[in-house]
Ligand binder design. Structure first.
Ligand code: R5P
Length: 265
């Protein structure tokens, strides 16, 4: 791996712990103004100091994140479908590598849709992006199973999807936590982060998910709704950071949340 690629990865995955708290805020690329992310600047600014990376599209980056921030950017570069369509898997690459470099991002992200009618298209999109990434020193994150594919959230499906992504050359893979997650992590020879999915009922559910994912081989999270749809988003991200970077237990994370909730931003 070239110096530039390594340097970009170590801006996101912190060398001190080998872990990362990525803040996902790219939902609008197919979901539109998702609840609580209607005004991305307002929601993201207080969270950026606690995020090791923030995942957005170029439109939100240019309009809603001040270039003064040095939070590394994970740029979503796939799209082409919306929630109004039955089939969300019909995606192409929407953003050029030149624009990603112009924006000084630390990695680019693309979804793959294993087992769908656009499986081959999404895997070829990933392979073309990896080819470009290798040329320009840009890490590629492959994202497995968004939208309706979430229904297939089991270790058999996710280990297949994650392994395919790693085999094609993705440098980081994002997937979902599931029962027997260890099987997914063991079969994926690149850093694996977990998304949160739709908002869970309680903070405890979120902390359990993060804690278990790390115990079973994830190196962190790339999480959105379970942070910014919470009424106390800063307390949430701080508590998740405690699990990811300080090896906090679920109980300790609850304490961090309790100490920080209700504080003025
Ligand atoms: C899907 O739109 C994106 O890949 C999100 O970044 C991903 O689903 C993570 O966000 P959340 O934790 O809200 O599921």
């Amino acid at each position: 791996m070239d110096w530039g690629m390594k340097n970009r990865i170590s801006r996101m995955i912190k060398p001190a712990t080998g872990r990362s708290v990525m803040l996902a805020a790219d939902h609008g690329y197919f979901m539109g103004p998702t609840r609580k992310l209607e005004n991305p600047r307002k929601m993201l600014e207080p969270l950026l100091p606690y995020a090791d990376t923030v995942a957005v599209t170029r439109g939100i980056l240019r309009t809603s994140i001040d270039p003064k921030w040095d939070t590394p950017i994970l740029l979503r570069v796939s799209g082409g479908a919306s929630i109004l369509k039955d089939d969300l898997s019909d995606e192409e690459i929407t953003t050029s590598m030149e624009d990603a470099i112009r924006l000084n991002v630390s990695a680019v992200a693309i979804s793959i849709f294993v087992g769908t009618s656009h499986e081959k298209q999404s895997l070829i999109n990933l392979s073309e992006l990896v080819n470009e990434g290798e040329e320009f020193g840009m890490p590629i994150m492959a994202i497995t199973a968004v939208g309706k594919e979430l229904e297939k959230r089991d270790a058999k499906y996710l280990s297949l999807a994650c392994r395919l992504a790693a085999e094609i050359g993705a440098h980081i893979v994002k997937t979902y936590y599931c029962e027997n997650f260890r099987k997914v992590a063991d079969g994926t020879p690149v850093p694996l982060v977990v998304a949160g999915g739709p908002k869970l009922e309680t903070e405890l559910d979120v902390f359990n998910l993060v804690y278990n994912a790390l115990q079973e081989g994830a190196i962190g999270v790339d999480m959105g709704r379970n942070i910014w749809q919470n009424d106390n988003p800063v307390a949430m991200i701080k508590a998740i950071r405690a699990i990811v970077h300080d090896n906090a237990t679920v109980k300790e994370a609850q304490d961090v949340f309790a100490e920080n909730k209700g504080k003025k931003l």
